[in-house]
Design a protein around this ligand. Sequence first.
Ligand code: MG
Length: 159
Amino acid sequence: MTRVGIGYDSHRLAPGRPLILGGVAIDSPVGLEGHSDADVLTHAVIDALLGAAALGDIGTHFPDTDERWRDADSIALLEQVASLLAERGHAVANVDVTVVLEQPKLAPHRAQMVDRIAAALGIGADRVSIKATTGEGIGFIGRGEGAAALATAALEPAH
Ligand code: MG
């Protein structure tokens, strides 16, 4: 049986914060604000994977009230989720993500982000898709106040 999950996340953009997406630090005058490194892309992937396995959500596993997760490296959290899935007998078939961010352009960083997500999950880069779009100047994303990410993930039984 193939199991499918969805994930969504958003974070506020603020001056002086690092912009980390898919585990890659991207040069930008503004970055994402949050308890962890606020890697909105990786958070959406985590929720999609946990959703596919019916194992709760990112807040269940890494609560933002817990000081252990302050400034946490989200790729390390994704690695923990990958271990949890493997323990439960799940293999990741594929992950697909769309990041919604007004700027900067993410295309130059796409390959590196794919490699980091794939490595954290222990799967080939051909099983990870990362896409980007803008808010077209509309709403909180269009005004540059924040960014969002949507993800789907499919799991198959591990052999
Ligand atoms: Mg988040």
